[in-house]
Design a protein around this ligand. Structure first.
Ligand code: NDP
Length: 268
């Protein structure tokens, strides 16, 4: 792997207490960055903080309980980062989860909730951290990276609201990239297919046959979904793409996305 030294830079990862976000926080810490993570569940957040501190005893790490959809909590999180680290160079908008529902069983409230989550999990953190990102831009690297889904380009009828919201998010990210480019802030995303993580572990617990192992269950799903690489992705594989887009390794890339779907994208 290419070595890059992020000493002195600050990365903020929303939803950094599990799965892709936690793997991303690990990569940033390994590269020497200071890292701030947030999540809603205080216990999960505390477990993530403990595991990161065990791996990186000298880590400059801040973990703040915060729901990205709550404007006041988001401002408090940004303020905590400002107070502790004094800057933010890279923002990873990762917090969220998918919604499995067809058009027939998605209520108006469910539509609103899903659109709210997908849009405001990007809008709120972006707005809260923008002043610090603007300041960091002068120092050479300022970026926003969003975790989006292949559903943005390849909708699935059994995830109708998530697919639709993901497509809108792709558009928002493009607009943001153009608006923020003159301020030297890059905005990109990754489009993931299926990545092993907390939300899939929870589905495994409720949907697997009695006695079925995690490997069998995920292998069967990968086959059913015709994923060319034949398996789910790992959180660190999504994290590596986020890391590339967040850092100066991708200094001439904005308004773009990387596919991390194991070849599942069918379009050219
Ligand atoms: P995990 O459930 O493992 O992690 C999600 C993280 O986001 C947790 O830290 C969770 O903590 C946090 N989170 C969720 N909602 C909020 C919120 N409102 N405010 C703050 N934190 C929040 O799942 P993944 O790692 O898989 O998910 C990461 C992102 O990737 C999500 O946006 C998801 O939708 C997206 N994605 C994942 C796919 C996959 O196959 N894994 C496929 C497509 C997209 P807590 O619950 O304590 O708040």
């Amino acid at each position: 792997m290419i070595q890059i030294d992020l000493t002195g830079q600050v990365a903020v990862v929303t939803g950094g207490s599990s799965g892709i976000g936690l793997a991303t926080a690990e990569l940033f810490l390994r590269a020497g960055a200071s890292v701030a993570i947030c999540g809603r569940d205080a216990d999960r957040l505390a477990r993530a903080e403990t595991s990161l501190r065990a791996q990186f005893p000298a880590a400059q790490l801040l973990a703040v309980r915060c729901d990205v959809l709550a404007a006041d909590e988001m401002s408090a999180f940004a303020q905590a980062v400002q107070d502790r680290f004094g800057r933010t160079d890279m923002l990873v908008n990762n917090a969220g989860q998918g919604r499995v529902s067809t058009f027939a069983d998605t209520t108006d409230d469910a539509w609103r909730e899903e659109l709210d989550l997908k849009y405001f999990s990007v809008i709120r953190p972006t707005r809260a951290f923008l002043p610090m990102l603007r300041d960091a831009a002068g120092a050479g690297n300022a970026s926003i990276v969003c975790v989006n889904s292949l559903l943005a380009l390849q909708p699935e009828p059994h995830m109708v609201a998530t697919s639709s919201a993901r497509a809108g998010l792709l558009s928002l990210i493009k607009s943001l990239a153009v608006e923020l480019a003159p301020q030297r802030i890059r905005v990109n995303s990754i489009l993931i297919g299926i990545v092993e993580s907390g939300q899939w572990r929870r589905r495994f617990e409720t949907q697997a046959q009695p006695g079925q192992s995690w490997e069998d269950w995920t292998g069967e799903l990968a086959r059913k979904k015709n994923i060319p690489l034949g398996r789910f992705g790992r959180p660190e594989e999504a994290a590596q793409a986020l890391f590339y887009l967040a850092t100066n390794l991708s200094s001439y890339t904005t308004g773009s996305h990387i596919d991390v779907s194991g070849g599942n994208a069918r379009h050219v």
